[in-house]
Design a binder for this molecule. Sequence first.
Ligand SMILES: NC(=O)c1ccc[n+]([C@@H]2O[C@H](COP(=O)([O-])OP(=O)(O)OC[C@H]3O[C@@H](n4cnc5c(N)ncnc54)[C@H](OP(=O)(O)O)[C@@H]3O)[C@@H](O)[C@H]2O)c1
Length: 264
Amino acid sequence: MDLHLKGKVALIAGGSSGIGLATAQQLAREGCWLFLCGRTQRTLVKAKTSILVNSPQCRIELFETDIYESEAAHLLIAQAFHCFGTVDILVNSTEGASFSPHAEIFSNKNWLEACEKKLLGYIRLTQCAFELMKKQRSGKIINVVGLTGKEPSTHLVMSGVINAGLINFIKGFSKTAAQYNVCISGVNPGFIATPRYNAFIHALAQASEHHDELIEKNLCEEIPLRRIGRAEEVAALITFLASNLADYITGTTIAVDGGLSQSI
Ligand SMILES: NC(=O)c1ccc[n+]([C@@H]2O[C@H](COP(=O)([O-])OP(=O)(O)OC[C@H]3O[C@@H](n4cnc5c(N)ncnc54)[C@H](OP(=O)(O)O)[C@@H]3O)[C@@H](O)[C@H]2O)c1
């Protein structure tokens, strides 16, 4: 199936690890050019090297920044435009809110920090990319959100609140974006094997004094497909949403969770 992605420019915030990196790999295989952002130059360079193994023709530019700093979104979009002259696809896949193995009460400072990071970080970058895509009268924005936004979890309360806000933003903003032929959507991963997931399992294991393997085994028993997902399985949906085949999809957030969610 030809996804018609050849020559498209994809900016991936969080493209050096986990779901973002798997997305970068797939978009590169489809012929996209990549602009990858992360906070650590070494990890970005490692990601670029790994992508070039399978997609040696891919043009990849790297940008080291903390995208949750208030001015970073403008700089990132300006730099991507400077390098490629366009941004056709934006993928937001940066750090989620803190998790806690205990049902904690978070401080005011913690809450403000969480909002300032993933919630405002995704919104700011989306709005900056939209300003450019609006002039182009085309574009795809895909946000990696999280199942907790629809289904609250004791260990991920903060993450749930932030993700619920993003799902609402995606729907609300999609109507403005649609006037300019810009589509915005979200993906809701369940449990997906990435460094962030490993840290989450490890925190639960430490708190309960069990091994990581037992925590994962118990988790899998709650998932109808009985396993943790792979980053490539989320990336496959993002790649489809980025393509012309998804030109009539906007404002929606789709689960990739092995059947874990209860809501319809
Ligand atoms: N994995 C799951 O099970 C799961 C489930 C539901 C939702 N999600 C959501 O999916 C998204 C991606 O998660 P993941 O599991 O793929 O995480 P990951 O493997 O930790 O990757 C996160 C990526 O974002 C970059 N990053 C983090 N904070 C950044 C910042 N402030 N500025 C720029 N780059 C930043 C990281 O690079 P540096 O550290 O070098 O900056 C890395 O490339 C998160 O929003 C998470 O909440 C994940």
